[in-house]
Design a protein around this ligand. Structure first.
Ligand SMILES: *[C@@H]1O[C@H](CO)[C@@H](O)[C@H](O)[C@H]1NC(C)=O
Ligand SMILES: *[C@@H]1O[C@H](CO)[C@@H](O)[C@H](O)[C@H]1NC(C)=O
Ligand SMILES: *[C@@H]1O[C@H](CO)[C@@H](O)[C@H](O)[C@H]1NC(C)=O
Ligand SMILES: *[C@@H]1O[C@H](CO)[C@@H](O)[C@H](O)[C@H]1NC(C)=O
Length: 618
């Protein structure tokens, strides 16, 4: 991940491209399972264009090219889009194997034959798949989210679609993939990023129910998910393909569905961050016809029939007030400790955990329409076919990084004082629609002594490419057989150690990876906090295999090498622990234990100033 560069690039794409797409998601079936027909699609597309208080909702994301109830007939959404001058983010369902992709490609080819250039003119981009990678992740599986597909399968299908549109009027349309943001930050899925022309990301703070996810924290949770996707996406543009807040349904932890909260989310995330800046497909225009699901995300309710789609929204969609408020809310990152702890979630390192809730929920919302989007035929095919996920299981990069290959060299531990960003950390990126991550993450008052620099002279600070831990697992000798699962905090005390898993992508091969620990002054933190007491340092051990959420004190993997660590940890320092050739395609677990009476508990966060363990890559 080319962190800073990608941010700048994504921003450029968003601001320079002639058109920024803005629209909603549209299922192939209604909430009772009936196929949506052309007149109903037209009614929905027209309602979106005429939504009271808005303008410019003229794009539509669909999950499948196949009309519901048919084998491979093109979706009625295509003709409806042409008739209503609506652009389309086309979707192909990628979790039902080759047979279904062949049917999707047949529908694509039929639509090209029937409508040629008119069809091409309506196409914004093509997404091959939707949340397929999420569904094979541990949380997706735990939540029985359905059959997914692995990175090689998705990449292969992307290639087939690119091939299929060569020498047709659709040639050159961006072909990408939509998945949960947590799938994008998982280094094992990097082949899909490589294969895709754009990255579609889905993020729902409402479902992030293992975190402080009240509406007050929703903006920062969303922003964190978006920023992390942008960081993982390299130079590929990021589109927001699903986000929204429910108007009704059950509370999820601190998240309460209501029209008033949905409006806040629309104002802050939609008006303040996304609309007309980032290609965005909101979830959703209407999900309540004929039955209201729980939760329900529609900005309009049900009309009297499939073709009677209200244009009066359930809450005020006017961005007038919001657009002046949103920048303030964006910069109003919590100053008080109290607020900080709730906002910490927004800056979480979080691959794992967020997914838990979020994804599952996504499946029951966005993806349930996706699931419904598959035809009876393809669903049957999916169930009957050899499981795509088992096919996919051959693909993940080798994990563990055990044994022979380690070329890590232990550096003497050195420290550097961190100052605040003189002249202010650069926040201009947020203005241009990119990430709000500043381009200057840490400004050091003194350069690293050359002896402490990594062999190739990499900086210890996060001024370039870096990896953050995708899993943090505390283990306590007080509860030696208890699995504490994933954590957003690093805890290092005489009773508790923490294991940090890093996924090193294959693209880092040939570069130098350096494990660093950053502990800014509390006053330098905007979205994080820590407690530090006692005196002493810590010791880092590289394990022979990474931790899992089930790892306990008694089941910590064996130590492969002891990397040492600082004897004395005080605030305002950064520490180089070890450096060596990157082992791309591996997941590496480091266990960090206190020495002396150190008692440190911090929220791992890369928002300024970054705090915690990172692997810098150069
Ligand atoms: C990361 O991605 C790989 C490949 O898709 C998947 O097998 C693995 O379960 C994912 N890990 C997590 C923690 O989601
Ligand atoms: C998804 O799985 C996680 C982890 O097991 C669980 O906490 C969450 O409640 C599940 N969500 C649903 C909708 O089942
Ligand atoms: C929506 O909010 C805008 C801006 O505050 C206001 O001008 C407009 O009258 C509101 N519309 C409705 C229907 O309340
Ligand atoms: C994580 O760290 C923050 C900052 O020290 C603290 O407020 C919060 O309670 C910690 N959370 C856990 C679960 O330890």
């Amino acid at each position: 991940m080319h962190f800073l560069q990608s941010t700048a690039l994504a921003a450029t794409v968003a601001t320079v491209s002639a058109q920024v797409y803005k629209g909603f998601n549209y299922g192939a079936s209604d909430s009772a399972g009936a196929p949506v027909t052309q007149d109903a699609f037209e009614a929905q597309f027209n309602a979106a264009k005429n939504l009271v208080g808005t303008s410019g909702f003229t794009s539509a994301r669909i999950f499948t090219l196949i009309q519901a109830g048919t084998t491979n007939t093109p979706s009625d959404a295509i003709q409806a889009a042409i008739n209503t001058d609506t652009s389309l983010l086309l979707g192909l369902w990628a979790s039902a194997g080759q047979t279904n992709i062949d049917n999707e490609l047949a529908a694509l080819s039929a639509a090209i034959s029937a409508n040629g250039q008119q069809f091409a003119d309506a196409v914004a981009a093509i997404s091959v798949g939707s949340e397929d990678l999420y569904r094979i992740s541990p949380t997706g599986i735990e939540n029985m989210s359905g059959v997914g597909a692995g990175p090689d399968v998705v990449s292969n299908f992307i290639g087939q679609v690119k091939q299929a549109i060569t020498n047709t009027p659709l040639a050159g349309k961006p072909v990408g993939h939509v998945d949960t943001w947590t799938a994008w930050v998982n280094g094992s899925n990097s082949a899909v990023i490589d294969a895709a022309d754009f990255i579609g990301t889905d993020a729902y703070p409402y479902f992030q129910d293992t975190m402080a996810n009240s509406i007050d924290d929703a903006y920062s949770l969303f922003l964190s998910a978006y920023d992390q996707t942008v960081a993982a996406a390299g130079n590929k543009p990021v589109w927001v393909t699903e986000t929204g807040w429910p108007v009704s349904g059950d509370n999820r932890n601190l998240a309460e569905p209501s029209t008033s909260n949905a409006q806040t989310y629309w104002d802050q995330v939609g008006c303040g961050k996304l609309f007309d800046q980032v290609n965005t497909y909101w979830f959703t225009l209407q999900d309540a016809f004929p039955n209201t699901p729980s939760p329900s995300f529609g900005v309009v309710g049900a009309g009297s029939s499939a073709v009677d789609v209200p244009t009066n929204p359930l809450y005020n969609l006017s961005c007038t007030d919001a657009s002046s408020e949103a920048p303030a809310s964006a910069s109003a990152l919590p100053a008080s400790a109290d607020q900080a702890s709730s906002a910490q979630a927004g800056g979480n390192n979080g691959a794992q955990r967020q997914n838990t809730a979020e994804q599952s929920g996504q499946f029951s919302t966005g993806s349930s329409s996706a699931a419904k989007a598959t035809t009876a035929a393809s669903t049957t095919a999916a169930q009957g076919a050899p499981s795509p996920s088992s096919a996919a299981s051959v693909t993940p990069s080798p994990v563990g990084g055990q044994g022979s290959g380690s070329t890590e060299t232990v550096q003497s531990t050195n420290t550097v004082t961190i100052s605040s960003c003189p002249g202010g950390c650069d926040k201009t990126a947020s203005v241009t629609g990119g990430s709000s991550v500043p381009s200057t993450l840490i400004t050091k008052t003194s350069a690293l002594p050359s002896a402490s620099a990594a062999p190739s002279g990499c900086p210890a600070s996060l001024s370039g490419t870096f990896e953050y831990p995708h899993l943090i697992v505390p283990v306590s000798k007080d509860q030696p057989d208890s699995a504490q699962g994933t954590s957003f905090n690093g805890t290092i005390s005489s009773s508790t150690s923490s294991i940090f898993n890093f996924d090193i992508p294959t693209s880092d091969n040939g570069k130098t990876c350096t494990l660093v620990f950053l502990l800014p002054e509390q006053s330098q933190l905007t979205t994080s906090a820590y407690s530090l007491s006692g005196s002493g340092g810590f010791d880092v051990e590289r394990l022979t295999s990474p931790a899992t959420e089930q790892t306990t004190y008694n089941s910590v993997p064996d130590v492969q090498s002891d990397l040492g660590g600082p004897a004395d940890v005080v605030a305002g320092q950064e520490f180089v622990i070890a450096s060596g050739a990157c082992q791309g395609g591996t997941r590496i677990g480091y266990k960090v234990s206190a020495t002396g009476s150190l008692d440190l508990n911090y929220f791992q966060d890369y928002n300024p100033s970054p705090i915690g363990f990172y692997v810098t890559v150069c």
